[in-house]
Design a binder for this molecule. Structure first.
Ligand code: G6P
Length: 606
């Protein structure tokens, strides 16, 4: 975790670093810090708390220089305080580092460095890197970093500078690192949004790459010192696309971007006449006997919808695992297994390691991924990009609906190729998919949003919430509960509606709001029976109901009408109502929705 930025060129480095870090706070915001080469020494400023604390502290200070490095932290080793904030320096202040990742063998390294006379200021694993590099330093910083890293086990993107050299040395293993190529200036960052104000030409560094940057040149090598060549990618999104664009928060903006994101996900991939999809995947859809879907968090729930769709449409057994379990449970895998990893960032370490596990055992692998050039995209056999654009809000919204629509397309791809889905049924589903951007647009109409806001306010003091859904919308209930927990910190549980009577029914009383997804479905009558069971025990029912369904709406205390969609794509429309419910509950309670406490957007530690 953590976000890092580096700069060398003619600009004031402090401005570049603070601006870059402001685009990376989604990676962690426990503390922030910068180190700037003032011409004769490296000056460090760092503070616990969000970046705003540091930028306030820097106001009125005359810190200038044209080379610097900056960091925003998500704490792993050591509390989130000033001392543990990065950058970390050697005792003489000559070598300064910032680090994203975890140094797994930091304790023995630290002990041996202490035995050699080094003294440590922080509780972090990262600080050992500064001292290790100092041990190896004999006038050549690149060489010192290279030799020091030979002793290190773990994950890192590491950025280092030395007071006597006008250069920055960086290296990555597992944790992401991108270089921005400028004209007479060069940049480093954990992610592209930090660079877009300055350059669109970027290089995604690979695992095991090292780079040395000066203002007019750069050199990329592997850890052994052999030069490697990496292509420069031109980034098309403008800086504006990564900004809030008129909304109060990134999260709200991203909820409203869903029609566009869905359009982008589906673009050019649907074949109406034949009921097929064109996904440009170089794997044989007929060769698989079994599918494993592996993901974390919101992506996991998209996987659960995928399981339902693939089993229904392509009749292949599917299992879905949270990645942290999959990687250690010795899954049964063969070359007839297709392992699908779903990930917004393409960097989540649990998912990445689970992918490696599946590959090791011979599975073919496919990534359903948003972030171009990310680690997973380079390790899978093929990628289905979801093209949602950057998602800054820590709680995932637009990426979820894009992921689910990508899973629908995969189910169509498999079903059509394997002959379990005829062209008429395929065409019906493609028509349903085409309708999605319009239906989601409708789900976001002002009067619907106002109704949800009213309901959020009515129940804002609830201590717990229960979410119920069936069939393809059981995962919608899970995702709705997750959104409410993440954004409002209200405890929420989700159950497949039919399972409620086997336990959670004991929780129901007049203080428990129960959100029931009761949209058009072959199972609707059964869901209505479950709603009755809740009401018979004085539970408060908030029903999510298809437009025009007066029968289902009669059974609820509060009703959220949503546009009527084909049942197979209805999770994409229905979840929008639950995103808004979570969002407005959180804003009514005054929570920081873009950066919920304790969470991080991309979890690159185990
Ligand atoms: C973190 C985020 C979640 C996200 C999960 C998986 O926990 O807070 O919102 O769903 O990671 O992230 P990925 O990038 O792999 O989709």
């Amino acid at each position: 975790m953590c976000g890092i930025v580096g700069y060398v060129g003619p600009r004031n480095a402090v401005d570049v670093l603070i601006n870059g870090l402001s685009k990376l706070e989604y990676r962690g915001y426990d503390s922030a810090g910068v180190a700037v080469n003032t011409g004769n020494h490296l000056e460090i400023r760092k503070n616990a708390g969000k970046l705003g604390v540091l930028s306030e502290a820097l106001k009125g200070q005359s810190l200038t220089g044209t080379l610097g490095i900056g960091h925003t932290r998500w704490a792993t080793h050591g509390r989130p305080n000033d001392v543990n904030a990065h950058p970390h320096a050697t005792e003489d202040g000559k070598i300064v580092i910032i680090h994203n990742g975890i140094i797994e063998n930091y304790l023995p390294l630290k002990e041996s460095l202490i035995a050699k006379g080094h003294s440590f200021k922080s509780e972090t694993d990262s600080e050992v890197l500064a001292h290790l590099i100092e041990e190896q330093y004999k006038g050549n910083l690149e060489q010192a970093v290279r030799t020091a890293l030979k002793q290190v086990r773990g994950a890192y993107s590491l950025v280092v500078t030395h007071a006597d050299h006008r250069e920055i040395v960086a290296a990555r293993t597992v944790s992401p690192l991108v270089m921005g190529v400028g004209n007479g200036e060069n940049f480093l960052a954990s992610d592209v949004p930090a660079l877009l104000a300055y350059t669109r030409e970027v290089i995604f560094l690979h695992d095991g790459d090292m780079v040395v940057i000066h203002e007019n040149d750069y050199r990329i090598t592997d850890l052994a010192g052999n030069e490697v060549s990496r292509e420069v990618t031109h980034i098309e999104w403008d800086a504006e696309a990564a900004e809030k664009g008129g909304f109060d928060t990134y999260t709200l903006k991203e909820i409203f971007e869903q029609p566009q994101a869905l359009t982008n996900t589906l673009l050019g991939r649907l074949r109406d006449e034949t009921g097929e999809v064109d996904l440009d995947i170089n794997l044989d859809p007929k060769s698989f006997k079994r599918i494993s879907i592996i993901a974390c968090g919101t992506a996991f729930y998209a996987g659960l919808v995928g399981e339902y769709l693939i089993e229904q449409l392509a009749r292949i057994p599917v299992e879905v695992d949270v990645a942290s379990e999959y990687r250690y449970r010795q899954p049964l895998v063969s070359e007839n297994t297709l392992a699908i990893v779903i990930s917004q960032s393409g960097e989540t370490i649990d998912t990445l390691e689970a992918l490696r596990e599946a590959k090791k055992d011979g599975a073919k692998t496919l990534g359903v991924i948003n972030a171009k050039g990310s680690s997973m995209t380079r390790e899978v056999d093929d990628v289905l990009y979801i093209h949602s654009g950057p998602e800054i809000g820590v709680a995932s919204t637009k990426v979820y609906t894009s992921m689910v629509s990508a899973m629908l397309m995969l189910a169509l791809w498999l079903g059509r190729a394997r002959g379990t889905l005829d062209s008429a049924k395929g065409a019906e589903l493609i028509h349903a998919a085409r309708e999605l951007p319009r239906l989601v647009e409708q789900a976001l109409e002002p009067e619907r949003v106002e109704n949800i806001k009213r309901i959020a306010e009515k129940y804002k003091n609830a201590r717990d919430y229960l979410f119920l859904g069936r069939g393809v919308n059981a995962p919608t209930a899970f995702e709705g509960a997750l959104k409410l927990k993440e954004l409002s910190y209200i405890h929420a549980e989700a159950y497949a509606a039919g399972e409620m009577k086997h336990g959670p029914i004991a929780l129901i009383d007049e203080n428990l709001p129960v959100v029931a997804i009761a949209t058009d479905s072959f199972l609707l009558e059964k869901t209505i029976s479950n709603i009755q069971e809740v009401r018979a025990r004085s539970g408060q029912v908030i029903a999510v109901v298809s437009d025009g369904d007066t029968d289902a709406s009669r059974h609820a205390d509060d009703v959220i009408f949503v546009p009527k969609a084909h049942e197979m794509v209805s999770p994409i429309v229905n979840v929008v109502a639950l995103q808004l419910l979570a969002y407005f509950t959180a804003t009514t309670l005054g929570k920081d929705v873009d950066k919920p406490r304790n969470l991080a957007k991309s979890v690159t530690v185990e």
